[in-house]
Design a protein around this ligand. Sequence first.
Ligand code: NAD
Ligand code: MG
Length: 368
Amino acid sequence: MGVDVVPVALGDRAYEVRIGAGLIDRAGAEIAPLLRRKKVAVITDETVASLHLLRLAEAFSAQGITMTALSLPPGEATKGWPQFARSVEWLLDSQVERRDVVVAFGGGVVGDLVGFASAVLRRGVRFVQIPTTLLSQVDSSVGGKTGINTAQGKNLVGAFHQPSLVLADIDVLDTLPARDFLAGYGEVVKYGLLGDAAFFDWLEVNGPSLRRDAGLRQHAVVRSVQMKAEIVARDEHEEGDRALLNLGHTFCHALEKATGYSDRLLHGEGVAIGCALAFELSQRLGLCAQEAPSRVRAHLKAMGTKVDIADIPGDLPGAEALLGLMAQDKKVIDGTLRFILARGIGQAFVTSEVPGEMVKSLLVEALR
Ligand code: NAD
Ligand code: MG
């Protein structure tokens, strides 16, 4: 099993996503060609550092590259102003210069924060993503959306800043807790559902084995990244098609807000529930056959992830309140709810013609 390379075709900002086993141990050699001097600054989180930073340090040292590292506390709360300021100042203190390379080593939290820090440091330095969660390998490390959360909401401050290289080590996922793995799987399934029915067929058969089988896992990551790369290359700044990547996300964002971005619901779990709801809604609007939402639900259930709103522990606000939260979503343009719906598995499209009443009755039933 070798390394798969997925190009992200963005002209002078083009880069490669390299996906394979053991890439962390080869990171020094992979990154060396980008360096103008033999020095890198790595930002990670404490959990990833304790499990994997030594290997990364050895990989750089084997190439004669000096590595300095900063470990941030793990968790979504890190993705805000205080740790952002700390990271930027640490990079300046470490004398990272305009031509140097910063490495983001961790999940989506580290990737988003470090990407944004790199975007603004000295008006922009290059950075490399080494994503260590399934979610970050298939989604957040590719596409150049970076940023932090503020008191006003999630991801409200940030920049488009593409990485210079992404190294997705399939083996690093071995230490990922089962729940985080399944949450990342929510985004994997999303790719099949939005644009590749054959991939969804493949996931129905192989999804349950991904956690144990590195070969299957690599294929799932490669196919997901290919789809993301293709969409991002078509529409880097989300003026059109990139919105397809938000399948399931309008529902998800409302549910995340309703649960206060807490441990009650991980983002990928919300995406899985949101995809099931989006297909249910599509069926009710007469866009697709009943078979489609049934298959989506059956597969998510077989994987053991959350499928229904009822799978979220604790109390939730009513349908009206959830609808209100959906309307606040950033995909609302001029007050009409924008949805990603589907004509079948692998056939998603963007629409703003969704009657609020229809969504509300779906939510009323889902909350029962
Ligand atoms: P995360 O970065 O918080 O990682 C989840 C947990 O797993 C953390 O506790 C982390 O310490 C731990 N961890 C990471 N790698 C590990 C490993 N190999 N072994 C054991 N533990 C490990 O969360 P995430 O799910 O990776 O990312 C979520 C973030 O990504 C959110 O902030 C979301 O907004 C963002 N995101 C961004 C984009 C984008 O396009 N930029 C897309 C999707 C999500
Ligand atoms: Mg997402």
